[in-house]
Design a binder for this molecule. Structure first.
Ligand code: FES
Length: 258
């Protein structure tokens, strides 16, 4: 479970050399964690110009250059330093607790980050080990991280810019067929949300009928397909909402109008 400020452990300090970077997924967000001379810093790993993978760019000092069209950002603040990007990339709070590098997406954590009183700039956050939150650092605690709250049910909606991991899971789930209708759980729009939590993948899905006799098999197949792509346990939550064909990406696949 993350602590009150939402910090989750994403790396050991020794994993990232000075001048290096680690890309990690925190809930649904790809985060690039950089190590500079003075400590660790984190920004979203997506260029605001056109989605380039920032961690694959060139780091000079505190400035990362996007590998796609050359926009530059300050990894300590997310500020744009060079066109063609015009919007900053989100920066996240990072702290070091013992050997753990922890990131929080919560703006409150960023606001709580230590600041140099002379410059007003954020400074690296290193917690004394004694102050480490047992909940945040205990082995296996991340497995208890709660999934995000449910999104409203409507037409199929995945993250606006799905990660490669999410696209790979969706692709694997296209092989999981609803035996009654003979269409996949993706074609039917049954899989509503996919979340990658620290130690498990969490899938929210619905059924075409409330008491579908194939439910146990469908759930098992969804778990197996997901776990074939992401090497961690998959948990499936069944949603009680009624399904309708307009939740399908392409209702025409049913072969009849409704
Ligand atoms: S995608 Fe980064 S500069 Fe264009």
């Amino acid at each position: 479970m993350s602590d009150a400020l939402g910090f989750v452990t994403v790396a050991r300090t020794g994993e990232i050399a000075v001048g290096g970077v680690k890309v990690t997924q925190v809930y649904d967000t790809m985060v690039a964690v950089f190590r500079l001379d003075d400590g660790f810093w984190a920004i979203e790993d997506i260029c605001t110009h056109d989605g380039g993978p920032l961690a694959e760019g060139t780091l000079e000092g505190a400035i990362i250059e996007c590998p796609r069209h050359g926009a530059k950002f300050d990894v300590r603040t997310g500020a744009v330093k060079c066109l063609p990007a015009t919007r900053p990339v989100p920066a996240y709070a990072v702290r070091v607790v013992g050997d753990d590098v922890q990131v929080s997406l919560d703006p409150a954590a960023l606001a709580a980050s230590p600041v140099n009183p002379h410059t007003g700039e954020r400074t690296p956050w290193v917690e004394p080990v004694a102050a480490a939150s047992p909940a945040a650092s205990a082995p296996g605690a991340a497995a208890d991280a709660a999934p995000p709250p449910r999104k409203p049910v409507g037409p199929p909606e995945f993250s606006s810019m799905p990660s490669q991991q999410e696209m790979a899971v969706r692709s694997a789930l296209e092989t999981v067929m609803d035996p009654e209708i003979n269409l996949s759980v993706i074609d039917l729009g049954l899989v509503r949300e996919i979340h990658f939590l620290p130690q498990r993948t969490f899938v929210r899905m619905m059924l075409t009928t409330p008491f579908c006799p194939y439910a146990p098999q469908l759930i098992a197949d969804v778990k197996a397909a997901t776990e074939s792509v992401v090497a961690q346990p998959c948990e499936v939550e069944l949603m009680p909402d009624p399904w309708s064909p307009d939740m399908m990406p392409d209702p025409g696949l049913l072969g009849f109008t409704y």
